[in-house]
Design a protein around this ligand. Structure first.
Ligand SMILES: [Zn+2]
Ligand SMILES: [Zn+2]
Length: 346
């Protein structure tokens, strides 16, 4: 089968991945599931993996097939698999968890001590077939298009996970700020709309992104390159500040916004990453401001997100690309030239 593989870490996105002919994976373990990939979302994390940014955090054996936002049709299952069968459409939670460690038993899928992460630590879905396990797959109703839903496997679930934490703190009339209305941000904004009665302001330096935010229900939009965000948010909230800030960018400039616009007890959820947090510790004491990290989300949260998609509450803006065009996607995302989410169709 064909697979887009990373052979060497590089900053040159135009030849980041190589299309190789490799063996199709097989269900060699009793819980294995082999999925024919119909959609694999391209993620900023793929650019970060290519640049070698993950080598300090996880073990990677190159060459490796990238792609961690996968959906498709089951073509083979191990002998003990009971909840899915051949021919069923599935979306794949990004990690293969063990199910028996303490964190798995607590439902903290992302903390599993035995996890494998296809596309990050093992071969992923930028290939015709993907090997995963029964605990990772969520069967989809027949009318759901696997290509369209694929990015929810990571982009969607990550946005949902952050929004769910924020939603728990947002009472009707509270104010939420979404920073960055790109691939994740436009999903997060819709989740906020569906799950809270908060007033929402979306920040983005791109006019099209602000228009998309307004279309998707943001009550206010601001251009942080032109407008004084602190002054505007304080004016909108009668001087109170925003209760929850969800940062889908995670650059130095965006992490610096939180302390200026957060109200007492406010949180700044860091979803996008790549920059730094530079704040005096006193920032976290005054008003008990917090930075909150976001690492993907739980299996059950992906189930919940699929329900929101079925209800029509969350709509993904996607564009599709052939496996052979994968480096064009890498390059375009690097230059912030992709609207919504790019999906590879191997
Ligand atoms: Zn991703
Ligand atoms: Zn586990």
């Amino acid at each position: 089968m064909q697979a887009a593989r990373l052979h060497e870490y590089t900053d040159e996105m135009e030849n980041a991945l190589q299309i190789d002919e490799i063996d199709r994976p097989e269900a060699t373990r009793s819980d294995h599931v082999v999925v024919e990939v119909e959609g694999a979302g391209w993620c900023q994390t793929d650019n970060h993996i290519i640049e070698g940014m993950w080598t300090d955090y996880v073990e990677q054996d190159l060459p490796m097939t990238l792609g961690h936002e996968n959906a498709g049709t089951v073509v083979e299952v191990g002998p003990e698999v009971r909840t899915v069968e051949e021919g069923e459409k599935v979306i794949c939670h990004p990690v293969m968890t063990c199910g028996v460690c303490r964190q798995c038993r607590l439902g903290n899928d992302m903390y599993c001590v035995n996890l494998a992460f296809p596309g990050l630590t093992t071969d992923g879905g930028f290939a015709e077939y993907l090997l995963t396990n029964e605990r990772a797959v969520i069967p989809l109703p027949g009318e759901v298009n696997t290509t369209d839903i694929a990015p929810h496997a990571d982009a969607g679930i990550t946005a949902y996970h952050a929004v769910k934490k924020a939603a728990n703190e947002l009472n009707p009339g509270d104010h939420a700020v979404v920073i960055g209305v790109g691939g994740l941000g436009h999903i997060g904004l819709q989740c906020l709309e569906a799950m809270t009665a908060a007033e929402i302001t979306a920040l983005d330096i791109k006019a099209e992104a602000r228009e998309l935010a307004a279309d998707l229900g943001a009550h206010h939009t601001l251009d942080p390159s032109e407008e004084d965000v602190e002054k505007e948010i304080l004016a909108i909230t009668d001087g109170r500040g925003a209760e929850q800030i969800i940062d889908f960018v995670g650059a130095d400039q965006t992490t610096a916004i939180g302390p200026k616009i957060a109200g007492s007890g406010g949180d700044h959820h860091v979803v996008g990453y790549g920059g730094h947090v530079h704040e005096p510790s006193q920032t976290l004491v005054d008003g008990e401001f917090s930075y909150v990290g976001t690492l993907v989300g739980e299996y059950t949260e992906l189930q919940e997100l699929v329900r929101l998609v079925e209800r029509g509450d969350v709509e993904l803006r996607t564009s599709q690309y052939d496996l052979g065009d994968i480096n064009t996607v890498a390059e375009r995302l690097e230059h912030n030239e992709i609207e919504g989410r790019a999906v590879i169709t191997p």
